[in-house]
Design a protein around this ligand. Sequence first.
Ligand code: NAD
Length: 307
Amino acid sequence: MLVYIAGSGAMGCRFGYQISKTNHQVILLDNWEDHIKAIQENGLKITGDVEETVKLPIMKPTEATTEADLIILFTKAMQLPQMLQDIKGIIGKETKVLCLLNGLGHADVIRQYIPEQKILMGVTIWTAGLKGPGHAHLEGEGGLHLQSMDPSNKDAGYQVAEMLTEAKLAATYDENVLPNIWRKACVNGTMNSTCALLDCTIGQVFASEYGLALVKEIIHEFVRVGIAEGVDLNEEEIVKYVMEISKKASHHYPSMHQDLVQNHRLTEIDYLNGAVAKKAEKFGFETPYCQMITQMIHAKESILGIK
Ligand code: NAD
């Protein structure tokens, strides 16, 4: 397979690196000049569980010309439309496009650019970080679930899962991936926004009785909206899942804290709590916690002058 990674930041580098260890061909796509230059000149440096520098092709999306077998989307959510526009030239008859972004509502965006039978939706619990241009830091274990959006195209989904498992990314074809996508959104929707607003670790939010009450209200809103959308969700089970993750990641500052507080970058809030608040409007009910959290994060972005 010829695999392009569309958005080769932290997660894109993890997937690109691991796929490069198989017989499949991988090309990184990004538009961050310093990152491209560093990888072209010195290779992609990997530290963490493995220490290695690998030679990998990297270019801007608009420079890629050979049709892809698979494109894995790994931009931040608000960067997705531009990327979808820029990869049009490498989408051929047989190309499949896999979305592993965190958050909700991406399928609606992708459908505006790519026919449904090409789209695979998924969710991953792998993590990754960037230490600087051309340097990814990879630690821990993970896995991912994916599903073809068009049920008549399951075989393509199974093939992609097999290739990713060959790359030791532990992929599972899931006949109903939506509950998994929503469960992960509940993790991000509770931990990311609260830690960014309260400027603290996950453990600190969950150790506070007020913090925990906030988390439970957010989960309640996510589950109510998810169920209204027809997703099979169980609130009690999700609370348990989120609590378990919070224990494992208690010393961690989630990505929204890193983006907003540490690096003054735009956040994915509109695709987490913001998406839930927007969807709720459609069903005619209120989600006051998600609504206010979204407004607070946007207020913080504008106070910091982030565009
Ligand atoms: P990142 O910011 O490190 O990487 C995104 C990359 O996309 C950047 O290098 C950026 O330059 C590039 N990009 C954006 N728009 C582009 C465009 N139009 N053309 C070319 N390049 C473009 O982000 P990340 O941490 O890798 O996260 C990617 C997604 O995966 C997010 O939705 C995130 O929530 C999700 N996710 C992240 C982690 C993690 O541990 N980092 C874990 C699971 C899921």
